[in-house]
Ligand binder design. Structure first.
Ligand code: AHR
Length: 323
């Protein structure tokens, strides 16, 4: 049976030393972090929060930016394994293609924690996954829209996240569940904007052009706020009012979407905390020092924000957090 390195150490030194190990926390531990890249404000904040959490706990964090490429992530993980790190954090860009490298980490007895996205791989290949319920996020965004339009006909355009990523797959599913059975709501166009502001704008421009200058569009659902902000610009460039002529609902709760709410240009967002590292380090601390195996899925909150929720205050609260 496979035993992670921390569990073997904890079992080996026994209960006598475990309280001393607890007191040390993650001080001096070497932890590799394979980050996707910097496609969105939320991603930048997650990177900043992870680095700050590592510093506060005395972790020697080895950071690798994959520039949106899975092959770079796999290379980075293999590098961490070769260095013999104590643990690995990975935010997987897409959900498939991880089994081989995760098996290599397992064989090296290095615990892996998934951050913010899921993988299609056997669950025994990673220690835990810290992420939101992405289906719920889509459902919350969709339920808001259902309530906002009431009986009115509403043709929706959708900006999807990165193709093959778990949030793109799950947020689509959740939103579709929310509008299922509502005959007055339908998604008329759906395309990836790759979670970036520039692509979100570009794709929205195409939607507006294809839909009679935007006249046929009632709402845009973007899988993240950055694409929504890009879409807002495209709507304005087309001479329409975002937030009024075309409703805007998205996910993340980054400062810029609250600024757009203050301006009356965005209608709803679902919060995704950028602090995935806090729960991840807590789980690793307990595991490496005491052999405590965490829950397989540590789920973060998915709270809806609208202009009724003090967007200026929310902007102010978030703006220093590295977004
Ligand atoms: O996996 C989380 C998603 O990835 C965030 O919603 C998005 O902004 C990011 O790039």
């Amino acid at each position: 049976m496979f035993i992670f390195k921390g569990l073997a150490i904890a079992a080996g030194i026994g209960a006598l030393l475990s309280s001393a190990a607890w007191a040390e926390g993650l001080q001096g531990k070497v932890i590799g972090f394979s980050q996707i890249g910097s496609e969105s404000g939320w991603r930048a904040a997650e990177t900043s929060v992870t680095k700050a959490e590592a510093e506060a706990r005395g972790v020697d964090l080895k950071f690798a930016d994959a520039q949106q490429k899975q092959e770079n992530q796999i290379k980075a993980i293999r590098g961490f394994i070769a260095q013999g790190v104590d643990a690995i954090l990975v935010a997987p860009v897409v959900s498939t293609g991880w089994e081989e490298v995760l098996t290599e980490a397992k064989e090296a007895a290095i615990p892996v924690v998934l951050l913010d996205r899921g993988v299609d791989a056997p669950q025994d290949l990673y220690l835990t996954s810290v992420a939101s319920d992405q289906v719920k996020e889509g459902r919350v965004a969709g339920e808001w829209l259902v309530g906002a339009v009431g009986d009115k006909d509403c043709k929706i355009v959708e900006l999807q996240g990165t193709v093959g990523s778990s949030p793109a797959i799950n947020r689509k599913q959740g939103f579709e569940e929310a509008i299922a059975g509502k005959a007055n709501l339908s998604i008329i166009r759906s395309q990836t904007g790759d979670f970036t502001r520039s692509k979100g704008k570009e794709v929205m421009e195409g939607f507006i052009k294809a839909e009679n200058g935007g006249a046929g569009i009632c709402a845009v659902y973007a899988h993240n706020d950055d694409m929504a902000v890009g879409a807002i610009q495209a709507i304005k460039d087309a001479g329409l009012k975002p937030g009024t002529d075309i409703l805007v609902t998205s996910i993340d709760a980054v400062p810029d979407i609250f600024a757009a709410m203050v301006a009356g240009e965005a209608n709803a967002t679902v919060e995704l905390t950028p602090n995935m590292a806090g729960p991840a380090f807590d789980a690793l601390d307990a595991f490496l020092n005491a052999g405590t195996v965490p829950e397989k899925f540590i789920i973060t909150e998915s709270k809806l924000y609208t202009p009724a929720d003090d967007p200026q205050g929310e902007y102010d609260r978030r703006k220093g957090l590295g977004y």
